[in-house]
Design a protein around this ligand. Structure first.
Ligand SMILES: N[C@@H]1[C@@H](O)[C@H](O)[C@@H](COP(=O)(O)O)O[C@@H]1O
Length: 264
């Protein structure tokens, strides 16, 4: 697991956007696994700006989102489909038909989850999976105790996650307690995983993910087993790590090596 610690959320967004840009230059028809939440919004804005400037194109990209609430119609402002359209897809040159979000409103979610997995496999698998992290270490909606090899399925949200996300719902408004999420096994099959973490509220989860035992109590800790996972954290989110200076040293060495190889 590579850990990159940067000064600010803006730098986290730029570093993440650079990874997507390099991937698009290598493979214009990339398959992206995308995430919602407040953390990736700046990265999406950065990608939108680069798309508008003509530096990158999403014309041939296909995308699969990580998760969706159960029983919220795609037109609901808190649905993740609505979020992705309004925060990202509506502002870039992606073909809307190539964007998929898990089937939260399917009449038969079990069959629909299996079809979602088949669609990812049919697209050739995910090149980059973008992730945020919940305060309890969840990724997607894979809450603590999730099976570490799980596939796309219906998941019950913890009380903590429901409370964390309540800020997005109006008082008295129905807030789903169920979700459809890619599984941890699904995420682990992505060729590259990029997890963004910003703010002090994520510091304990980041420490558990990076330093803790691999455990279903911290689903993100499974990324320690991924051959190509990059955690991009700001100083606040990295503040509980035992030795942040070591990760900075590694990154400086990596950048120097890339510069020597002419890939900086
Ligand atoms: N299902 C999403 C996750 O994919 C996201 O990573 C997490 C953190 O959100 P935020 O980035 O707003 O802190 O919240 C939600 O529960």
């Amino acid at each position: 697991m590579k850990v990159v610690i940067l000064d600010s959320p803006a730098e986290v967004a730029r570093y993440g956007a650079d990874i997507f840009q390099q991937q698009l230059q290598r493979k214009p028809a990339s398959v992206f696994g995308l995430a919602t939440g407040s953390t990736p919004v700046q990265l999406y804005r950065e990608l939108i700006a680069r798309n508008r400037a003509g530096n990158i194109s999403f014309r041939d990209v296909r995308s699969f989102n990580l998760d969706e609430y159960m029983d919220l119609p795609p037109t609901h402002p808190q649905s993740y489909r609505y979020f992705m359209d309004s925060e990202f897809f509506d502002h870039i040159d992606i073909d809307p038909a190539n964007t998929r979000v898990p089937p939260g409103d399917a009449a038969d979610p079990i069959t629909a989850c299996a079809e979602y997995e088949q669609a990812i496999a049919g697209a050739g698998g995910i090149d980059i999976q973008l992730l945020g992290i919940g305060r309890n270490g969840h990724i997607g909606f894979n809450e603590p105790t999730s099976c570490l090899t799980s596939r796309t399925r219906v998941k019950t949200l913890t009380r903590e996650t429901i409370a964390d996300n309540a800020r997005f719902f109006a008082e008295g408004e129905h807030q789903p307690h169920l979700s459809v999420t890619m599984g941890i096994g699904t995420i682990m099959e992505a060729r590259l995983v990029v997890l963004l973490a910003t703010g002090a509220s994520k510091a304990a989860a980041v420490k558990a993910m990076v330093e803790g035992p691999v455990s279903a109590w911290c689903p993100a800790s499974m990324l320690q087993m991924h051959p190509a996972a990059v955690v991009i954290a700001d100083e606040d989110a990295a503040s509980h790590l035992s030795d942040p200076a070591f990760f900075k040293h590694i990154e400086a060495e990596n950048q120097a090596m890339l510069a020597r190889l002419g890939r900086g």
